[in-house]
Every structure is written in C-alpha cells, then in structure tokens.
Design a protein around this ligand. Sequence first.
Ligand code: FIX
Ligand code: ZN
Length: 413
Amino acid sequence: MDNTASMRQLVHRVVDETPVLDMHTHIYAPAFGSLLLWGVDELITYHYLVAEVFRVAPMPYERFWAMSKREQADYIWKHLFVERSPVSEACRGVLTVLHALGLDTGPRDLAAARKYFASTTVEKFVDTVFTTANVKSVVMTNDPFDDQERPAWLNGHTCDQRFQAALRIDPLLNGWEQAVPRLREWGYEVTGELRERDVEQVRRFLRDWVARMRPRYMAVSLPPSFRFPEDSPRGRLIENCVMPVAREANIPFALMIGVRRNVNPGLQLAADGVGTADITVVDALCRAFPDNRFLVTMLSRENQHELCVAARKHPNLLVFGCWWFLNNPTFIRDMTSQRLELLGLSFVPQHSDARVLDQLIYKWAHSRTIIADVLADKYADLARTGWKITEADIRRDVADLLADNFERFAKRA
Ligand code: FIX
Ligand code: ZN
C-alpha cells in the first residue's frame, strides 16, 4: 500500500472498527443500580465541568452542592455552553455524545436532550453506548470500602460480562489508620501494628475480595510524594500483602501516580490536582518484584518520558492511558507518538476513565482519531523505506493497542 492518503483512511477505518477493551473506568454494570451514572444531566455535571464552571461563574460551593442535579446541569449549560463557546475538551465531549446519539446540537436545546434520555431505559442505553463507542468491555473501579458498593458484591449481583472488576484499594493503602477499625468490623482481626498477624489478616481480606470480584488487577492511586521502598504502613502493605496476593492470584497491580487529592475541597470530586512524581519508585517496584506485573499510568506530563524509559527496562511493566488532565488531544498525540517511538506497540494507549456511561462515546471517539493519525504517520515512515504494510498487519497492531496488550498482560484471575 503506497498511497499515503488511502493508507491514512484505512488506518482510521481499522481503528474505528476495532473493539476496545477499556481497562480503567468508573462506570458500573446495571446490577449496581444507582452507581451506574448515565444521561444528559450526569454528563453535564461531570466533575471536569464543575471545575470549569467555577472559573467563569463562581458561587459559594455549598450553594452549588445544595442544588438538584438538574439545576446544576442548567447552571453549567448556561455558563459553559450558552454564554460562551464550549471549546474545552470536556465541553466538546458533551456535544460529541449528543451528536453521536442523533440529537441536533445546533439549537442548543437541553430540553430535547432530556427528552431523549427520558424515553430510553438503562439496559437499552448500555447497548446503545457500547455499540456506538465500539467498546466490547470495560473494567470498573471496585472499592470494597465503599458502603454503597459493598452490598452489591456481598449480595452476589448478577454479572454482565461486558463489565469486569478491578479491586481498588486506596483506602487500605492510603488511609491505614482509618482502615483498621473497618477491617475489624468485618472480622479481620488487625491491631494496626502491621506485624505478622495483621499481615496475615490483610492478606485474607485481599484474597476474599479477589475471590468475590475476580478482578483483572488490584489498583491504587498515589500522590506524587509516594516513595518505594518506604518505611510506612503503605510500604509494608504493598510489600507484604499486595505483592504476594497479586502473585498468588496471578493478577497485575496497577499504580496511578501523581494525584494530589483535595487541593480545593469545596469542589468535592473536582478538588484534586496534579504533581510530578518520582520515577525511581516504578523502577524500584519492578526490580524488587520481578514475579509481579505492574500497570502504570502517571498524571503529570513531566513524568511521561521517563515512564517510557522505565518500561524499556522492565518487561513486567505495562504503561497505560493518558490519565485525566492528560486526556486532552494535545497530550494524547504527544504521548502516543512518544510511546510508539520508544516502546513500539507494547503499551496501552488509552483508557477512558468514564464516570458516566455516555462518556464512553466521546472519550473513545476523540482518542481513536488521534491514535489513528499518529499510527498512520508511523506506517508512512515505514513505507518510505520500502516496507510493505498490509491491512492484516494494521488490524493486528490496532487490536494489540486497543485490547490484546492488556488482555495478554493481565491474563485471567
Ligand atoms: O483515581 C482515579 O481513578 C481518578 O481517575 C478519578 O478519581 C478521577 O476523579 C477521575 O475521574 C479522572 O478522570
Ligand atoms: Zn480513574
């Protein structure tokens, strides 16, 4: 295939046609009831947009949070969509979703969008979204410390194969002191001292939840100040509990590094910020635990190059996604090129982090376009050397990027 324009078209078509396995989201299967967020009011009140509305139309935080969801959506729509053009990535995302669902965004008519959602059911809408986004399955974020979520697991919810679990353990690793009484309440006899007995009890807790959830991986988000090795409860828990249980279960440990929680608490879910982390923690973990596998994403742009270099050193490290403040076209393009150049095809270019079901549509549509563009540039470079790329080559490479690299690395619990 030597015609650059038709090659580019083909790469875009293949990327669009290849189903995605979305390895990190915050959406839930319908069996989790109200935990599954969907619909236009949820879409518009996404925490990315909450942060943006306070920039242009601040009000006392308590007043905003006292409003109903619908009132919050009206407020955000007015200030971010009507009184100025919705050019930010998060605003654009709302419009991509409405447009893909066949709604006319031209009249700026929120009532029409609400009418559309009122006329469908969650079950139907899950099918619509998975088909429109061409996503075959998503990995949820499942926190056994979450009082709303725990009962769904304990009562044995019916499972929809498109929704896979991830055992998220932030409260255990980042808040050991608060975790101790909860573990005790659930029958894990920990004292808090993290000696042999506690270690055994925490392992039992993790094993029980691995058995219950059958997660694709265990996961934690970490501040930029995270260090490893570290003489702290978190350091000891990772070394003595998480690593052995992950090995036993044959699942990776996902680290999402670089979030500074609660920089401005008034913003609630939108309160978090970013900081540049220390890459040596990734090297140290991969080196200390060669029989464990690590999925790593970092939040700061400044960490991306050294994360690629770390992945070149450690086959037990799989770099993934353009996380949160990096899930913007500028960074996706830059990071995807950088990763292709340093790692070839051995990484996972994107996850959606969708919190609202509908967002799968825009997050994947926007990322797919850029991934396809960058990949087409690389194939064009190869073609200039005389290398012949076939459609089958492209289909294999794209399937690896969008699903199979994760699938092979994570295997099955
Ligand atoms: O910790 C995480 O998994 C983050 O992705 C979220 O907590 C964050 O709020 C988010 O939605 C980012 O996209
Ligand atoms: Zn997330």
